[in-house]
Design a protein around this ligand. Structure first.
Ligand code: HEM
Length: 150
């Protein structure tokens, strides 16, 4: 009996470690995803303090983080490229780069607004950035399968 319980325990440990390996592989980030994650963290910080002029210096620092990572993203290619027919891949990558460049223009606009102390205007620009994020993801990001509802 004790042997059985031990066997069962060993099996559980094995199953757990196997499932961890599987999920670990799923969560491995592409180089572009890493840049995007950095943009995401800085963008959330900006969102929290955008209307607070007392935080403008810190907001400008976060904008630099966003800009640096978006510029690095320009040199990378979306994973989805592999799902696009070969003949359309060059256009797909060019369109993606144009999307990132447009985003960089908006980052510049926000920087100008913050520097001028125009926080209300910066809030509007934040919405434009959210729209660009949404559009960029719709077009260039692989849609992850949604787990079935229970
Ligand atoms: C405020 C702006 C943006 C934020 C906060 C943001 C955030 C993110 C996040 C959190 C991810 C998932 C990363 C992960 O898998 O861990 C992601 C992925 C991605 N984003 Fe963005 N994003 C923004 C703008 C954009 C724009 C403008 C584009 C394209 C024009 C874009 C293209 C992509 C692509 C292609 C991926 C998938 C990564 C890959 O293919 O390797 N994103 N983004």
């Amino acid at each position: 009996m004790q042997f059985r319980i031990r066997q069962l325990g060993a099996l559980c440990v094995l199953a757990l470690s196997l499932s961890q390996v599987a999920s670990g592989q799923q969560e491995e980030k592409t180089p572009l995803a890493k840049k995007m994650s950095a943009i995401n963290t800085a963008f959330k910080a900006v969102g929290r303090q955008i209307d607070d002029a007392a935080q403008n210096a810190a907001t400008l620092e976060q904008l630099t983080v966003i800009e640096t990572n978006a510029k690095a993203a320009l040199a990378l290619e979306p994973e989805k490229k592999g799902q696009v027919p070969a003949a359309e891949q060059a256009k797909f990558v060019a369109d993606y780069q144009a999307g990132i460049k447009q985003f960089l223009v908006t980052v510049d606009k926000m920087r100008a607004a913050i520097k001028a102390g125009k926080n209300t205007e910066a809030v509007t620009i934040l919405d434009a950035m959210k729209d660009q994020q949404k559009e960029g993801h719709k077009e260039f990001r692989i849609k992850k399968a949604v787990p079935p509802a229970h």
